[in-house]
Write a protein that binds this ligand. Structure first.
Ligand SMILES: C[S@@+](CC[C@H](N)C(=O)[O-])C[C@H]1O[C@@H](n2cnc3c(N)ncnc32)[C@H](O)[C@@H]1O
Length: 320
């Protein structure tokens, strides 16, 4: 469980998570076509670009649903003919890929969740640490904000949402407190209401009492689990035979979906799982970049010839 909702610092640059592992699992070749499904601060995109050769035809398509992320990355990466930046939802990766007339991809990475820039921006309302309106929309053109969910859902709906997406055992207490305090307009107000309803219990893995509620709202507002399911259902159709897919998730609900999808691919002989065990950042990486502490990486490779299937060596670890 990450407590990223506690916030970030303004002007902070996003530190990419497990960059070396991403590049190695993608097996980036200079002449390949790659997709970064979650551009964010452009850290993984930059690492892929460093290995590509424009002269050899290497290309990168980078996607983000957040126009602010695209604008920042455009500035950071500059205009380069081998890079295409597209605003879109990775749940439609097949549609975005087909629309650009790209070749099948040699590798695709999705680094889920939020960037430090999004967390640190008070106007987005993702974190109670920086205050701001209770918004939480990753794509500002989407209709329902966190304030809408908090102020117009029934008590039962709120309790279910906080339980299902936040895995908050005290969800009914949270929902009751929200009902009493409505209307709630800012992320700070919501954090205070939740903290009064369920004060933190001292313990070794203590997180802020509002962390699970914030995570639940963010997942619900942005349909994050549904988007991930759609991505996983479609991603193999975009990959070239032998192409790799790498997913980094930050909480258990996401990781479970990735693990189950990859196990199904393996069973259906569509892909090899390259990470027998989930890959975590080492201690030094977590020390350098505390946001990475809950990161879990899984990778798979589409089989060259689905008809041929594969033998008992499938699933052996690559980097471990
Ligand atoms: C953790 S950040 C990615 C950081 C990036 N890998 C880097 O190295 O800088 C996640 C990004 O994915 C974007 N995102 C989340 N869900 C998305 C979706 N369904 N479709 C497209 N982008 C999404 C977010 O807007 C955010 O910018």
């Amino acid at each position: 469980m990450t407590s990223e909702a506690e916030g970030g610092q303004a002007g902070q640059v996003h530190q990419p998570v497990m960059v070396r592992e991403v590049v190695e699992f993608l097996n980036v070749r200079p002449d390949g076509f790659y997709i970064d499904a979650t551009l964010g601060g452009g850290g993984h995109a930059q690492a892929i670009l460093n290995r590509l050769s424009r002269l050899d035809g290497g290309r990168l398509l980078s996607i983000d649903r957040d126009p602010a992320a695209l604008a920042a990355a455009r500035e950071r990466l500059g205009s380069r003919p081998e890079v295409t930046l597209v605003q879109g939802n990775f749940s439609e990766i097949d549609v975005l890929h087909a629309a650009g007339g790209f070749p099948p991809a040699a590798g695709i990475v999705a680094d889920l969740g939020l960037s430090s820039m999004q967390l640190a921006d008070p106007s987005r309302g993702f974190s109670f640490g920086v205050g701001g309106p209770l918004d939480m929309r990753a794509d500002p053109s989407s209709k329902i904000s966190a304030a809408d969910l908090v102020n117009y859902s029934s008590e039962r709906e709120l309790a279910d949402l906080v339980f299902k997406f936040g895995e908050e055992r005290r969800s009914r207490q949270v929902a009751r407190a929200i009902m009493r305090a409505r209307p709630i307009r800012t992320s700070t107000e919501l954090a205070q209401v939740v903290t009064r309803a369920i004060p933190s219990r001292p313990g070794p893995h203590q997180i802020h009492p509002a962390t699970r509620t914030f995570m639940a709202l963010r997942l619900a507002v942005n349909h994050e689990l549904h988007n991930l399911e759609q991505f996983l259902a479609r991603v193999l159709t975009v990959l070239a035979p032998g192409g790799r897919v790498v997913v980094i998730s930050f909480h258990s609900l996401e990781d479970r979906l990735v693990k189950q999808a990859m196990a199904a691919w393996r069973q259906e002989r569509k892909a090899l799982v390259l990470t027998r065990h989930v890959v975590r950042p080492d201690e030094e990486a977590v020390h350098r970049n505390p946001r990475s502490r809950s990161a879990k990486l899984r990778a798979a490779a589409r089989v060259e010839d689905p008809a041929a299937g594969f033998g008992d060596n499938a699933g052996s670890g690559l980097l471990q």
